[in-house]
Design a protein around this ligand. Sequence first.
Ligand SMILES: CC(C)(COP(=O)(O)OP(=O)(O)OC[C@H]1O[C@@H](n2cnc3c(N)ncnc32)[C@H](O)[C@@H]1OP(=O)(O)O)[C@@H](O)C(=O)NCCC(=O)NCCS
Length: 314
Amino acid sequence: MLKLVEPCKEYLPAVVNFLPETENDNAKEYMVNSVKNLLKYIPQNFDEYLQLLYNEKNSIGLKEGYVAQTTFWLVDDDRFVGTFALRHNLAPSLLQRGGHIAYYIRPSERQKGYAFKGLKLCLEEAKKLGIEKALITCNDKNIASYKTMHKMMIEMGGNEVAPTQIGDITERRVWIYTDKRHNGKMRVLAIAVIKKDNKVLAIKGYDEKKDEYFYRLPGGGIEFGEKAEQTLHREFMEELGLKIIIKKQLGVSENIFEFNGKKGHEIVIAFEATLEEEQMQKQQFPMLEQEFEGKYAEFVEITPDKHIYPTGIL
Ligand SMILES: CC(C)(COP(=O)(O)OP(=O)(O)OC[C@H]1O[C@@H](n2cnc3c(N)ncnc32)[C@H](O)[C@@H]1OP(=O)(O)O)[C@@H](O)C(=O)NCCC(=O)NCCS
């Protein structure tokens, strides 16, 4: 039976048996850290390896900018098939490159569907950690990896966002729901209406299916136990690195719409808000987390020809 296990003595002989295969790996340039660790510690320093994994999982002695992660071995009966590393959340660098999950399938077991099946199991583990949507990234030249994540996005639901450019590497990025039911789940959002003259702060997006550019007012999903105003403070910090000053609640709107051919249903709590005086002088703010096409939040003129969502709020 195929399963993900946390590294343990039982499968150590199977891992030792696999290690020589890495020498002739034709995808060496995409070697992930979880395999580099195997090569570094196994077989001589297995206890040290387990200690490292324990520390990583429990955030003990993490390097600056690193987040907790769990390492799994993918095994099929008593055979070692590959590794999966699951980050418990996203550091800014992982948003650009790395994402929540990194995977590796041993060369002799490739092209048999193991990456896809293993990724599905790993998404279940991500769901157990409370991750609703997992980010997976890969070098745009890594066709096998891109096919795996894209196919999973179609299977589970999700969306591809703009690639990032890191030096001469183009990194493709796909968000995937960890539970199919989330794809089609009603969302409750808090959004901010920040006006300046006849302009409003919004993020530009593009709907491939409708071939239409649109603007989305900034904000995000309210998490369980979080007040709508707290959501706005958090989202503005996470997405834009900005402090928001909330003035008053404007009202609630319900939207049923289609984005990229998929139906969406949102309940939106809108707030009138502003930014610190010095920020209000600016025209554009770079997005730290990119959604849709949006690289910037910007003050856009409110004109009838523009699609500014959620509709009705303005
Ligand atoms: C990427 C990797 C995990 C894919 O593993 P795999 O078990 O061979 O993948 P699967 O068998 O599940 O196949 C998934 C899809 O990729 C395709 N694929 C697999 N290898 C391929 C290759 N060399 N060229 C083109 N497509 C390939 C499969 O055909 C399948 O797509 P399909 O269903 O449309 O036919 C594996 O090649 C690997 O470990 N590479 C080195 C490490 C790595 O790149 N990790 C990802 C870092 S982002």
